[in-house]
Write a protein that binds this ligand. Structure first.
Ligand code: ATP
Length: 365
């Protein structure tokens, strides 16, 4: 097991930085997830740790040992890719043993290790099969098993579930989490799927444009996003953003008004005419007026129904404010009897309002 530390890592391609000034330290045995939109630099970070890519500047340490100049095969890390690349002509057992064989482990050690890994990943009955005789999920388990069998110090996983269908993805995700709890190998996992990030991670590193936007545990990045990018990336459906102008204790949003809660006013001291991006998660918007006198800072606005998506336990509503082109989402418990085009009242919960700087996107409140 190992600590992985990156210090100011930058990697340029043709003088264009793919990642810039990346610094973080993954403590021994933790599971960290790198997440962000396509092209944000996740794979480049992982490949740089693996030694498949060299850093243009900065330092990488594995267990306090500077590894910048150590070749990939000597870093004692195992990387699993989304296309898992099993050896097609080898049996599952031989695929699992491959890394050990390359390291010169004797036959007995190989067999013992293959059996142990096969047991922990439920592959025992498949050991004689060739990869093409396996389902996608089974192939993915073999790829993980091949990496585990080597007993690496560090596990690097690059979108390992993205080729699996939805059900298998959920199952394999749960298996991965259990496997990590059992083995406790330091793991860095890349995904663009924020649900995977939220469910698997001890810490999430959110990236955009090659830079770290925030590092935090899942709950913190959800409840205290550092900026608009993080706020809208983490959470499903994403946080709604409304552009608003402040006037005398109120925000004007698409011609309607919402009181600015006192605590918010004191915190950011808005000036008249100042514009902001307001953020409200779908669960902070209720359909209908408040039942009794509004608790806290509830604002009622008029909205037009665009789409109603019943999900069983709850209903996802897509709505617009009259005269505004941007739609927003609300989640209502149970079933909602509404149709596209209906006008209805919605309540915005001012106590759950986020405020972002229009220009920089940073969180003001
Ligand atoms: P995805 O989720 O789509 O895999 P990512 O977040 O993993 O994306 P990277 O693959 O790390 O992103 O790429 C980051 C940036 O670096 C992108 O703009 C990409 O085009 C660029 N890049 C990556 N590898 C190379 C390369 N070998 N040559 C030139 N540019 C590259």
């Amino acid at each position: 097991m190992a600590i992985v530390r990156l210090e100011e890592i930058t990697r340029q391609f043709d003088r264009v930085p793919a990642i810039e000034n990346i610094s973080f330290e993954v403590p021994d045995g933790q599971f960290w997830v790198l997440v962000g939109p396509s092209g944000c630099g996740k794979s480049t970070i992982l490949r740089t740790i693996a030694g498949l890519e060299s850093a243009t500047s900065g330092r990488i340490y594995i267990d306090n040992c500077l590894v910048n100049d150590i070749p990939a095969r000597d870093r004692d890390v195992a990387m699993v890719f989304q296309n898992y690349a099993l050896y097609p002509h080898m049996s599952v057992a031989d695929n699992l043993a491959f890394g050990l064989k390359m390291r010169g482990a004797d036959r007995q050690t190989q067999q013992r290790q293959v059996q142990a890994v096969a047991r922990s990943l439920s592959l025992e009955l498949l050991l004689d099969r060739k990869p093409k005789q396996l389902s996608g999920g089974q192939q993915q388990r073999v790829a993980l098993g091949r990496a585990i069998a080597r007993e690496p110090k560090v596990f690097l996983l690059d979108e390992p579930l993205s080729n699996l269908d939805a059900q298998l993805r959920d199952d394999t995700r749960a298996e991965l989490k259990q496997l990590h709890q059992r083995l406790g190998i330091t793991t860095i996992y890349v995904t663009h799927d924020q649900i995977e990030a939220m469910t698997l991670a001890d810490r999430i590193v959110i990236l955009d444009g090659g830079r770290i936007q925030q590092i935090g545990d899942p709950q913190t990045v959800y409840t205290q996003p550092a900026n608009r990018m993080v706020a809208t990336f983490i959470g499903n459906p994403p946080m709604n953003i409304f552009s608003a102008t402040y006037h005398e204790g109120h925000f004007a949003i698409a011609g309607q008004t919402m009181p600015c809660p006192g605590v918010l006013r004191r915190a950011i001291a808005p000036s008249p005419g100042q514009t902001f991006d307001l953020g409200l998660r779908p669960e902070a918007i209720a359909i209908g007026s408040p039942q009794s006198s509004p608790p806290g800072d509830l604002a009622t606005l008029t909205a037009i129904v665009e789409l109603v998506e019943p999900l069983g336990r709850e209903t996802l509503m897509r709505l617009t404010l009259p005269g505004s082109p941007t739609s927003f989402a609300a989640i209502a418990p149970g079933r909602v009897q509404s149709h596209p085009g209906d006008r209805l009242t919605v309540s915005f919960d001012g106590d759950r309002l986020f405020v972002f700087d229009r220009a920089t996107g940073s969180t003001l409140y």
